[in-house]
Ligand binder design. Structure first.
Ligand SMILES: [Zn+2]
Length: 138
């Protein structure tokens, strides 16, 4: 759903660093200015969701992080990360590609690690957020 609303324009990818904010009505999904306050001009209800997307290019590797924010949630409501990272495994010279989603409203944690060269899934986790907490990282 978020991907459909939040498309990162291709021209942005050439730049080294980019942060974009996009907001919409919580009820009817009408796009709102990040500075918008008060009721929605379309449906009249109050409530705004915002997503902050950071797009970073290091060398030829691009990484994207999207965070959806909502009042009442610490830091973010939903975080979607898609990035390349080096691997400690010497067999994976080209590193790995990580896709990670933390969804606080549905209390879900999803992580997929793929071989950056072949695209083969090396590691996958799909679990409840509360089960994930307190585990050692990686
Ligand atoms: Zn609305």
């Amino acid at each position: 759903m978020l991907e459909a609303i939040f498309r990162i324009p291709k021209r942005m990818k050439r730049k080294a660093n980019n942060t974009t904010v996009k907001c919409w009505c919580k009820h009817c999904k009408a796009e709102l200015k990040p500075s918008h306050t008060g009721p929605c001009p379309k449906c009249g209800k109050t409530g705004k969701d915002c997503a902050v997307a950071s797009h970073v290019v290091v060398g030829i590797r691009a990484s994207t992080r999207i965070r959806q924010k909502r009042a009442g949630f610490k830091k973010f409501l939903l975080e979607v990360i898609s990035r390349w990272k080096p691997s400690i495994n010497p067999k994976l010279k080209d590193g790995v590609h990580e896709d990670r989603t933390i969804d606080k409203s549905r209390r879900e944690y999803h992580q997929t690690i793929k071989d950056a060269k072949t695209g083969k899934v090396i590691h996958e986790e799909h679990e409840r957020l509360e089960n994930h907490k307190g585990k050692p990282k990686n």
